[in-house]
Design a protein around this ligand. Structure first.
Ligand SMILES: *[C@@H]1O[C@H](CO)[C@@H](O)[C@H](O)[C@H]1NC(C)=O
Ligand SMILES: *[C@@H]1O[C@H](CO)[C@@H](O)[C@H](O)[C@H]1NC(C)=O
Ligand SMILES: *[C@@H]1O[C@H](CO)[C@@H](O)[C@H](O)[C@H]1NC(C)=O
Length: 284
């Protein structure tokens, strides 16, 4: 980009030698940085990098808009007070942290969302101008991401022959959270996943649920599985995890045997394979 620009400047200088006028003066916006999906409550920096091309080409103004609201002006010709900020719903500029190239918006909210435009104008009499725009949508991550298990026990210990059911629910996200499951850091098979109907409240915040069910010992490693549910809103991820265990020695049938032998399995018993090993020995 910079090399190209230099080349263009060089060309203009060669071609334009001896030619008087403003044709050698242009304004270029090199980069406009507007975060696509910041989180509600964050401070956001908008950046508009520009080049004023041409000899003695000086800045007249930089203006920023959200839709039709002009919320910030930087005057290149002013020697005192070059910055002016204007307040709109959802727009609160921190003037002392803003410059000719950037604006700091404090504590963004849903109302902040919109099309952001930067306009850079060179000095008169030609007033060469460049504009660029980008959309920003402020997102609300879920207030809670929760995993529910069935059957449930504490600690959660499962047996061969017993199907495991889980629901992951993300509450109150805007826009709707994208949910996905991982077990031991590996994505689960799509076959084991089922989306559930969600609902949207009057403020447009969505609660959604994704189910997961499978037959052990699938996904277990060394009789343990770390189940994670991720909720993505924009680039923000909220994760909930649960550690679950498999009792390898005790199939559902064996369990039944215990029960009929009057030897109730307590949760603590079932936690460790070692313990079940001991139990087995006692049975024999
Ligand atoms: C941020 O804005 C919200 C309203 O949008 C307000 O309730 C909250 O107090 C503000 N927080 C700060 C730190 O200014
Ligand atoms: C925003 O920029 C795009 C090019 O990136 C342009 O096509 C569009 O007309 C601009 N919109 C406004 C409202 O300025
Ligand atoms: C998961 O959600 C579905 C539908 O909302 C429900 O029928 C099922 O019982 C739930 N399962 C668990 C493990 O909570």
């Amino acid at each position: 980009m910079d090399r190209l620009l230099l080349l263009r400047v060089a060309l203009l200088l060669i071609l334009g030698r001896g030619v008087r006028g403003y044709s050698d003066k242009t304004v270029e916006i090199v980069e406009l940085v507007v975060p696509e999906s910041p989180k509600v409550g964050e401070d956001v920096t908008l950046t508009c990098r520009f080049h004023l091309v041409g000899s003695n080409h000086r800045l007249y103004t930089v203006n920023w808009w959200r839709g039709k609201d002009q919320f910030y002006t930087y005057k290149g010709t002013a020697h005192t007070n070059p910055k002016h900020a204007y307040t709109f719903s959802g727009i609160d500029v921190k003037e002392e942290a803003s410059t000719e190239e950037s604006v700091l918006l404090q504590n963004v909210s849903e109302e902040t969302s919109g099309l952001f435009k930067c306009e850079v104008m060179g000095e008169g009499p030609s007033f060469r101008t460049a504009v660029a725009n980008k959309t920003m949508i402020v997102v609300i991550p879920p207030s809670q991401v929760q995993i529910l298990l069935r059957p449930s026990s504490n600690p959660p210990v499962y047996h061969i022959g017993e199907r495991i059911h889980m629901n992951c629910t993300a509450k109150g996200a805007k826009p709707r959270a994208v949910l996905y499951w991982e077990i031991n850091n590996t994505p689960v098979n799509e076959r084991d996943v089922q989306p559930r109907a969600g609902y949207e409240d009057h403020r447009g915040r969505v609660t959604s649920t994704l189910s997961l069910s499978w037959d052990p010992p699938a996904y277990f490693k060394d009789n343990e599985a770390r189940v994670a549910c991720h909720a993505l809103v924009g680039e923000h991820r909220t994760t909930s995890t649960k550690d679950i265990y498999l009792d390898p020695a005790s199939s559902a049938a064996l369990n039944h045997l215990y029960a009929s032998a009057g030897c109730k399995l307590s949760a603590a018993w079932t936690l460790l394979g070692l313990v079940s090993l001991l139990l087995n020995r006692r049975l024999l």
